[in-house]
Design a binder for this molecule. Sequence first.
Ligand code: FES
Length: 192
Amino acid sequence: MSEHITSSEAGGEPTRRDFLYLATGMAGAVGAVSVAWPFIDQMRPDASTLALASIEVDISSLEPGMSLTAKWRGKPIFIRNRTDKEINDAKDTPISDLKDPIARNANLPADAQATDVARTAGQGKENWIVMIGSCTHLGCVPLGTSGEYGGWFCPCHGSVYDTAGRIRKGPAPMNLFIPQYAFTSDKVIKIG
Ligand code: FES
């Protein structure tokens, strides 16, 4: 009885069948690499996404009583330099009169009360208010210096916000949200 031994089993040159196995293994490895790259690439945020993670806004041209709207992560951001009257009107409002007594300020603890100062850039900077310009009812963009309280008014379903962006009337359940932000200088606010 004769025994068939291939040359590779015998320790010699690889046979044609050995070579085909090797070639297939290589192709598989290359294929796996070329699939992995685009996948990893998609997970990496591109430069424009990183740029939008935070923005810097020059507020040097805003005199008291003036506002601007910036865009951050696809949302409007209201920045207002409030007048003394607007500040005092908001300060004179007792918390018990508010529909939403929570500050909704991402820079403060989640349970901070919605005092006027807690809605602003803080002591000494109470004139500055920075808010996400999206009605807390269904997300319309409210109009500034409008409505019964001289703050913001959402024309979609009639929500009325005061001069500290706190909901006072209408269907919106919460005060306008305040994003994370900081002054990087007297003239520049960094949002995000
Ligand atoms: Fe503003 Fe409905 S979306 S009141």
